[in-house]
Every structure is written in structure tokens, then in C-alpha cells.
Design a protein around this ligand. Structure first.
Ligand SMILES: Cc1cc2nc3c(=O)[nH]c(=O)nc-3n(C[C@H](O)[C@H](O)[C@H](O)COP(=O)(O)OP(=O)(O)OC[C@H]3O[C@@H](n4cnc5c(N)ncnc54)[C@H](O)[C@@H]3O)c2cc1C
Length: 344
């Protein structure tokens, strides 16, 4: 049996970020990732620049893999465009994850190609690792979430690919929210390093197949990648000696599917709380602080957006009323970011 203070299951943005922040505190850990390579999951690769008082650049601590910063997103609706000013940093997420792994490995051990099949009485099987603290950064189908007895989130579906040409303005991100294209979701076009990351996602997985097959026919993309994503309120994110983070805990904006930056913010909170709890005996470990701080920082906001997404996609059939609601929300968001960065 191997004994570790901390074991992280999952080497996506959430797990690697926890590793990076633990490493900064000098806390050793083992991270187990089932794939041999990083970034095996579909993603639009955009990071919201700021959440609450947290800035992406401060959290990431590197310039590697970063492309353009885009201030405006145009949401194209049946009744005209709606503009939201919210800075998004476009990245090469493969490079970002490798860089986070480099920083994490300054103190931690990353073991690639190692899938945890189950957890029995706190022991990771088949590795025979018994950690004092388990971090479940293991995505939508989290094993750790089952272990702590939290219900799985409702899942939507999204797919993305790289496309070289569109007729859209490459200084803006573009989102298409039209029922004729996708009933309860949206398509996106994110300019990235002279190319476009494009994709489509929706809340109900049964609507996805039709919407995606039409969307696919309209674009030349070498390789599409698809993945489920949580469309849920943030979940209870702790158990006795374990926490969950990122997609495992539904740390995702249900309306738009953004989860990268929330994972990084939650990872910083997780590392802080883990540092405190490591000085406790096993029986007195208590992760409520982690949950409460996540909820306070971004969870309440995600919960509101989840309810709005349900009203928006499920309860309002009129595209005109959706357009009006969207305009109201986008104006409020733009005001927030304008004030924050004092741009105008
Ligand atoms: C098509 C699409 C586009 C998106 N675009 C954006 C975007 O532009 N911006 C944004 O902010 N968000 C976006 N998201 C959401 C974002 O990608 C996720 O919220 C984010 O990647 C969550 O990171 P994570 O580390 O929690 O999960 P994941 O990236 O899923 O990582 C989990 C890791 O755990 C590993 N794992 C799972 N189980 C085990 C196990 N038992 N043992 C060992 N390893 C295991 C997996 O292999 C994986 O590497 C998008 C999602 C999709 C599907």
C-alpha cells in the first residue's frame, strides 16, 4: 500500500490547477490521469479573464499557450445582434495543461495512463494508494462524486473543431442563438490564432444529434471532438476526506458551458483549504470551508445562471422575449466588466 497526503484523480484543467497550487505551497501529491496525453477532451479553449477578484493571468502564472484576448462577443439572434463585453482569452489548451503540469511537478508526481477503477474504504484501486485527502477532478462521470454520495449532474452535449474560414469579424467572438439552428443551446465561433474554434452545444442530448449533423454539413472541419458537459447547479462538493472540483462538481456556466476559469478559481480555494486540513487528524478533517468559499466566490452566480438557462431555454418559447432578456443580461454583464477594467 502506498500512502500519500493528497491524491488527485484527473489531469484536466481542474486537477492540474490543484496540483500547481499545492506545489506552490510545497505540498507533495500524486495525480493520476487515465490518458497518456493531456487535453484529450473537447473544449472551445477560451478562458474568462476574470471571476470575482481572480484574474486568469495571476492564476496561470505563465504566457505559454496564450493567444488573443477578445473583449466583445456578438450574440446573433433572430431579432438582431446583442453585444456582450466580457474579456475572453483564447488559448492552446494543450500547451496550457502541459505548462500547469510542469509547475505542478515541481512538488508533485503526475502518473499518466493510470485509471482509478474504484475507491474502496479510501483506497484507490488498482493503484493501492491510500491518501489522507482525495481530490476528484475526474470530470462529468466522476468516481469520487459517487464515493462521497453526491448525485450526478444533468448532462448536455457539445462538440467542437477547428475551421479556417468564416465570414465573421475575427476581432470578436460570435455566438448564434437561434431556434432554427439549435433548440436549447447555441453555436460558437471563437477566433484563435488565424483560425476559428467552432462548435455547437445543447442542453438536451436528444436534440444534439440533429443540430450537430446540420452544423457539420455547413463547415469544413478536419476533426470534430464531442463531450458531455454538466448543465446543473453546482453540486455539494465535499465528503469526509474528499472534495470534487471542475466538471465533477458542475462548476460550469449552464447557459454557455464555460468551466475552465471556474475550475482554476476552485483549485486555488481547494489548495488553501487542503493546506489547513492536512494539519488535522483524519477524523477531524472538514471540507465545508471549501464548499462555502466556492459558493461564495462563484457558486451563487452559477446557480442563478442555471435557473436563468432553464427559464430561457425551457419556459420562454418566444424568441423575441428571449432576445429582450438576453439584451438585459448582456448589458448588465458589460457594465460589470467595463467598471472592473475602467475601459471607457
Ligand atoms: C465542446 C466543449 C467546449 C467547451 N468550451 C469551453 C470554453 O471555450 N471555455 C470554457 O471555459 N469551458 C468550455 N467547456 C467546458 C470545459 O471544457 C470544462 O468545464 C473543463 O474542461 C472542466 O475541466 P475538468 O478538469 O473538470 O474536467 P476534464 O477536462 O474532463 O478532465 C477530467 C480528467 O480526468 C480524467 N479522468 C476521469 N476519470 C478518471 C479516472 N477514473 N482515473 C484517472 N483519470 C480520470 C480524464 O481523462 C480527464 O483528463 C467546453 C466543454 C465542451 C464539452
Amino acid at each position: 500500500m502506498e500512502h500519500w497526503e493528497v491524491a488527485i484523480i484527473g489531469g484536466g484543467i481542474a486537477g492540474l490547477s490543484v496540483g500547481k497550487f499545492l506545489a506552490e505551497k510545497g505540498i507533495p501529491f500524486v495525480l493520476l490521469e487515465e490518458h497518456d496525453k493531456f487535453f484529450q477532451k473537447a473544449c472551445g479553449e477560451g478562458f474568462i479573464k476574470n471571476i470575482a477578484t481572480h484574474e486568469f493571468y495571476d492564476l496561470y502564472g505563465s504566457k505559454k499557450g496564450l493567444y488573443n484576448e477578445i473583449w466583445e462577443t456578438v450574440i446573433h439572434t433572430k431579432y438582431g445582434p446583442v453585444i456582450v463585453e466580457m474579456p475572453i482569452i483564447m488559448t492552446n489548451k494543450n500547451i496550457v495543461e502541459k505548462e500547469l503540469a510542469r509547475q505542478a511537478q515541481l512538488q508533485g508526481t503526475i502518473r499518466m495512463g493510470e485509471k482509478v477503477d474504484k475507491i474502496v474504504d479510501g483506497v484507490l484501486i488498482p493503484q493501492q494508494i491510500k491518501p489522507k485527502i482525495i481530490v476528484g477532478a475526474d470530470g462529468c462521470f466522476s468516481l469520487v462524486r459517487d464515493y462521497i454520495g453526491v448525485h450526478p449532474p444533468k448532462l448536455g452535449m457539445a462538440a467542437e473543431g477547428i475551421c479556417s474560414e468564416t465570414a465573421l469579424d475575427p476581432t470578436q467572438c460570435h455566438v448564434i442563438m437561434k431556434k432554427e439552428l439549435v433548440k436549447d443551446g447555441y453555436a460558437w465561433y471563437f477566433p484563435k490564432d488565424g483560425l476559428w474554434n467552432i462548435g455547437i452545444g445543447c442542453q438536451e442530448r436528444e436534440h444534439f444529434r440533429d443540430a450537430f449533423s446540420k452544423f457539420k454539413q455547413q463547415h469544413v472541419v478536419k476533426k470534430w471532438r464531442g463531450s458531455p458537459l454538466p448543465i446543473n447547479r453546482p453540486l455539494k462538493s465535499y465528503g469526509k476526506n474528499a472534495i470534487i472540483i471542475g466538471d465533477a462538481a458542475a462548476h460550469v456556466v449552464a447557459l454557455l458551458g464555460e468551466g475552465n476559469m471556474h475550475s482554476m478559481v476552485a483549485a486555488q480555494i481547494a489548495a488553501d483549504v487542503i493546506e489547513k486540513q492536512l494539519s488535522h487528524t483524519f477524523n477531524s478533517i472538514d471540507f465545508r470551508e471549501y464548499h462555502h468559499r466556492c459558493m461564495h466566490t462563484f457558486g451563487t452566480y452559477l446557480r442563478h445562471l442555471y435557473y436563468i438557462s432553464q427559464i430561457f431555454h425551457k419556459a420562454i418559447p418566444s424568441e423575441y422575449i428571449r432576445y429582450k432578456l438576453l439584451k438585459h443580461m448582456c448589458n448588465a454583464t458589460s457594465r460589470y466588466y467595463r467598471n472592473l477594467y475602467d475601459k471607457r
